[in-house]
Design a protein around this ligand. Structure first.
Ligand code: ADP
Ligand code: MG
Length: 314
């Protein structure tokens, strides 16, 4: 039978906004040695702001952004949301950004609803979106997506996440967006190390240089970038094999994600931890522990609750 104080532990955690789906997960968390993080939406806000636009010859900024925003119309990815927000602001004349608008022109606004203009949307995990917009085959995503379609593109080393946009095989330009690190992320990593976690790791589909700079600023031990969702599973498998584990449940590996493109990893880890507010239903379903406040520092708090609870039991 389950000792009553375990329920106390779960109850105590839930009062902190940490939902634990079973006492075994709380116990496992108390002896976690490796904590693996997803980057976007987990350690960073996942709300990107457009910082830079670069157009191919003959393409206006208004066309570049409107095309990308239409293709992203139905995506739930945080990147898509930021492109839409920027596109709406540009269309409403809130941003001077458009060179057409600088001349007093409005962008050619197509009056048909997006549901009619945008067809055959396909979201490619870890790469971007493909969609037919106004009859043109539009791609919005990273270099991998462009390469997969044989689109010649002008690679950029801008600081941030770079989205390449193409229509009917022609490169339209780049949209650079920057994400911000959550204010509590550095403390979260420091608190985990202080709590005896031996290794912190970040896995991301984003570019190596962006990933390395975030990891360095947060004090994360190990970073793997440019990963597709299946690559994240493979990395977690390797880390599971490398982590010392014994029959008493020591040496557990926890994975923390927002569930966007990482539900399979949440399932594979010993302890899957999902962000509750930003996370998807799939993440909350796949996770063993849900952080309702999306605060990465709540993991160290949960470890603390777990250890206090076990001290009472033993
Ligand atoms: P992370 O691993 O950091 O959480 P994702 O796996 O969700 O990131 O995405 C990895 C990369 O794939 C992004 O940095 C972006 O380049 C590209 N990408 C994914 N979804 C989209 C989208 N809807 N629109 C444009 N690019 C996308
Ligand atoms: Mg993510």
């Amino acid at each position: 039978s389950v000792p009553l104080s375990f329920f106390g532990g779960i109850g105590g955690a839930s009062r902190l906004g940490i939902l634990v789906k079973g006492s075994n997960y709380l116990e496992a968390l108390g002896s976690t040695e490796t904590v693996v993080f997803d980057k976007t939406g987990t350690l960073t806000d996942g709300t990107f702001a457009v910082t830079e636009l670069a157009c191919a010859p003959g393409v206006t900024e208004a066309e570049l952004v409107a095309t990308a925003a239409a293709a992203e119309a139905f995506s739930t990815h945080p990147i898509a949301q930021s492109v839409r927000v920027y596109g709406d602001a540009m269309a409403n004349g809130e941003r001077s950004g458009g060179d057409a608008m600088a001349n007093g022109q409005r962008p050619a606004t197509n009056v048909a609803p997006l549901a009619e203009r945008v067809r055959d949307v396909r979201e490619v995990s870890g790469q971007g979106v493909e969609a037919v917009v106004d009859g043109r085959g539009v791609l919005v995503g990273n270099g991998k997506l462009m390469a997969a379609h044989g689109v010649p593109f002008q690679a950029t080393d801008a600081a941030g996440t770079v989205l390449y946009v193409a229509a009917d095989g022609a490169f339209l330009g780049t949209i650079v967006i920057a994400d911000t690190i959550k204010p509590t992320a550095a403390r979260a990593i420091a608190d985990l190390h202080a709590a005896g976690v031996k290794k912190t790791v970040m896995l991301t589909g984003d570019r190596t240089d962006v990933a390395a700079s975030v990891a360095a600023r947060l004090g994360i031990d190990e970073v793997h970038a440019e990963l597709l969702p299946q690559d994240k599973v493979a990395e977690v498998e390797k880390l599971l094999a490398a982590t010392e584990r014994d029959t008493r449940g020591k040496g557990k590996l926890a994975f923390v994600g927002d569930g966007i493109n990482d539900a399979p990893v949440l399932t594979r880890a010993d302890i899957g931890i999902a962000m509750g507010a930003m996370g998807s239903d799939a993440a909350i379903e796949a996770a063993d522990i849900v952080l309702m406040n999306d605060n990465p520092d709540d993991i160290a708090k949960a470890i603390d609750v777990a250890r206090r609870t076990m001290r009472i039991v033993w």
